[in-house]
Design a protein around this ligand. Sequence first.
Ligand code: ITT
Length: 247
Amino acid sequence: MLAGGRKAAERPLIVLVGSSNPVKIAAVAAAVRACGLAPATRPLEVRGVPSLSGVSDQPVGDDETLRGAVNRVLHMQASHQPCSGSSGGGVGGGVGGGGGVESESGAGGPHLLVAIEGGVLWRPAGYGNPGGGGGSGSGSHQGVGELYCMAWCAAKSPLSGTISKARSAEFQLPPALAALVNEGLELGAADDKVFGRMQSGQGTGTIGKLTNGLITREQYYTHAVQMALVPFLNPELYPGVAGPLEP
Ligand SMILES: O=P(O)(O)OP(=O)(O)OP(=O)(O)OC[C@H]1O[C@@H](n2cnc3c(O)ncnc32)[C@H](O)[C@@H]1O
């Protein structure tokens, strides 16, 4: 029995997402439900909250993109008290800080903090082709070669444990988008310009446009979130990473 007299299964599982982008919030909700972290019988509260990535608006390369996702989680950690019943406070290392924010249902602080950072990655022209660019060229050929789209997801229990990280798959962006990104546009703005859309990053995304809706940005991110949740589904196999979700 938990503080407040209700069993864990009856209380909402509260997940904070470090973004106001509805695509990211929906991706996290779908992932948490699909992988069974919140069984269908348990209420689930997934909420977008402000978080600072500490990286550029358009991260380039794996290092910067991963750092953005991790910083968002650390910022949430510093800004929100863990779920009720815990005596733990936020860990250091985040930006900002301060008091906790109660859940909308009044059920207490969060059980899980999740962030997704969308990034791009330059690779040498002809990468992977016979006679083409050698190596992965990850992030080291800015503005030269092929531009790929990817994302990193970071997830953490506010109670303890380290941050779980997982990366999405990647796909090549069309040269027209690569050229605009190389000029300094964010991918979302480049997509809007090339495809004549508005706020594409909050809709089906570039991946949705390029796959004719077969894979939406939400679905694309759901997969990455599910992979970041692997330690939480197998806590005994990941000592020190997953940490308890409930006090
Ligand atoms: O509000 P936040 O959480 O910052 O969400 P965001 O989508 O604006 O920001 P990201 O940092 O995740 O992504 C960096 C940029 O890449 C864009 N982006 C990434 N993936 C995209 C996609 O599939 N379709 C359109 N834009 C995308 C996004 O719109 C941003 O301009």
